[in-house]
Design a protein around this ligand. Sequence first.
Ligand code: MG
Length: 167
Amino acid sequence: MDLRPDLRVHRVEDVAPDLLRTYGLDGLLLDLDETLLPAEADRPAAPVAAWVRRLLAAGVRLAILSNGTPRRVARVARELGIPGLALVGKPWPGAVRRGLKRLGLPPARVAIVGDQLFTDVLAARWSGTRAILVTPLSAGGMPHTRALRRLESRILKGDDRGRPVHR
Ligand SMILES: [Mg+2]
């Protein structure tokens, strides 16, 4: 299983409508924590909200696909004006199927955007969607998160950092 993403960006704001068109993508399933906002934050930053509006205006379909709690996901979804699915159980394919159903798009036209190889990128691999990896918004504080990050860097090693990765 190749856990390298199709594309790596620094922030979600780097995912422009033109870029999605290049990849034949019409929808994104967005991870919440460390992708749209830091785990310890309550609200997404203004540039992230502006990015969401820009994509919606360009006709890109968006939904939050998160393993996080319903209350937190619903609050951010409401603020951004997009659907939010909580406790989905990424990376299991059922999670992505729910998201695809919500977007009304087939897997080939959708990318999962997230910060973790073992949930977000693996979910994409198992469901036939594309994977866009972002840099986590804050450094993981929990020991198990730090261990995962180290493992992730080893898997990603050899990639040309910051440049699109084509499989
Ligand atoms: Mg995350």
